[in-house]
Design a protein around this ligand. Structure first.
Ligand code: RNT
Ligand code: ZN
Length: 418
């Protein structure tokens, strides 16, 4: 059987369960997923020479990493050509592109420093999401930024946040697509603090000041991302889960952002998604793969990834959840890391959309849990791969088993020559 015939067979099997794979393939192509620029250069950026700080870490030294904006854009283009679906560009402030001899510190950043990225996104019909960068900078004082007891330090970082709101508005204006602007800091303490509330009160006030900068609520979507701990900040994190969730709940227009690497290991974000959807009109996600800790491994088509996608799809929330990838692996080919992660999340969404939820919900509500278990298990071996390869084909990208050779060629022709 060729791919077309295999797909026709699969279509019939899913059809018998009440799943219209044609409608699914149509719909998924329109759902935006943000691709993070920082996988391409190990979260370094272009505005400093120092190391990555903030309690996050990349490990590995795979050859060929992008060192200039041109290289990063070129690599991203290669990766984008191997990914099906609608992509959004996700930038950090540290990826500002300066002209020869020009420099602006984080508190002085302006839209013009991102004009090259806007041109890049527009040419590829992509929206842009944005992140102020509260790390990898000498104004991080004793590991603190927005929650610092030092007034000058706090002022600097608030000015950075405000500059980023203006840049987010510029991205939205230029692309016509809403810009999700995520506030995350690694602020915290390595050892037991004496005051856990003071830093949080300062953090709260700082975010309020940042978001007092004017912006169009329909086009700029500020978020606050929580975290449980980071390297070197093991004992206390100012932006904890309770802190950020409460902030978002009490500040209209601010979204909670859940990163699935940022919880205790037995907690699952898949269960938190429907809980938050009961209260928030919109939420945001960082999709990653924590291995024993917030290690930010490449996203795979694994159980929890599938569950997260299911919760978005079956609660009809594809229009309410801003989805962004967030991982960084410096130990493998970086283009491949981008592609595997993006394709895995696309697979998870497609898989969720090929699940007969109406039938399954009915079984649950009628307490027919035995049948529900049988159906949930049997659907696991349905010919999902045939639908996936068809989806890739319709999106004009290679199916599984065919794209990796292009990465190998690109590595030989471009990456290894750097
Ligand atoms: C860190 C957070 C944060 C960063 C990016 C680079 O633990 O997940 O989102 O990964 O901003
Ligand atoms: Zn994150």
């Amino acid at each position: 059987m060729n791919q077309k015939e295999r797909y026709e067979d699969a279509k019939k099997m899913y059809g018998a369960l009440g799943v219209d794979t044609e409608a699914v393939i149509e719909a998924l192509q329109k759902i935006p997923v943000a691709l993070h620029c920082w996988q391409g250069d190990d979260v370094i950026g272009f505005d400093h020479d120092g190391p990555l700080t903030g309690g996050i870490q990349t490990t590995g030294n795979y050859p060929g990493k992008a060192k200039t904006p041109q290289e990063l854009m070129q690599d991203m283009d290669k990766a984008l050509s191997l990914m099906p679906g609608t992509k959004k560009l996700n930038l950090h402030a540290s990826y500002a592109v300066f002209e020869e001899g020009e420099f602006a510190d984080r508190d002085k950043l302006e839209p013009k420093h991102f004009a090259k990225w806007v041109a890049f996104a527009k040419e590829r019909n992509m929206g842009i999401d944005f992140n102020p960068t509260f790390f990898s900078h000498d104004r991080v004082k004793d590991g603190l930024t927005l929650s610092s007891p030092d007034e000058e330090t706090r002022k600097f970082w608030i000015a950075h946040g405000k500059a980023c709101v203006r840049i987010a508005q510029y991205f939205a204006d230029e692309t016509g697509i809403p810009c999700v602007m995520n506030i995350w800091t690694g602020d915290g303490y390595k050892d037991i603090p004496a005051d856990r509330m003071g830093p949080r009160m300062r953090y709260k006030d700082a975010i309020e000041q940042i978001l007092s900068e004017p912006y169009d609520r329909n086009m700029v979507k500020p978020c606050v991302e929580s975290k449980v701990f980071g390297i070197g900040v093991e004992s206390y994190t100012a932006g904890s889960a309770e802190f950020t969730l409460s902030y978002a709940a009490t500040h209209e227009g601010c979204l909670p952002l859940m990163d699935n690497g940022h919880y205790h290991p037995t907690e699952v974000v898949s269960d938190k998604i429907p809980a938050l959807l009961c209260f928030f009109p919109e939420i945001a996600l960082h999709i990653t793969r924590p291995v024993r800790w917030d290690s930010d491994h490449v996203v795979l088509f694994d159980d929890e990834t599938k569950e997260m996608a299911k919760e978005i799809v079956r609660n009809d929330a594809l229009g309410r959840v801003y989805m962004a990838l967030d991982y960084f692996d410096a130990n493998i080919n970086r283009i491949s890391a981008w592609v595997v992660g993006f394709r895995s999340w696309q697979k998870a969404l497609l898989n969720a959309m090929c699940t007969p939820y109406a039938t399954m919900k009915k079984l649950q509500d009628e307490n027919r849990m035995t049948e529900l278990m049988v159906l949930q298990e049997e659907i696991k071996t349905y010919p999902f791969g045939d639908v996936w390869n068809e989806y890739c084909g319709r999106c004009g990208v290679s199916g599984d088993g065919k794209w990796f050779e292009e990465v190998v060629k690109y590595e030989q022709d471009v990456l290894l020559r750097r």
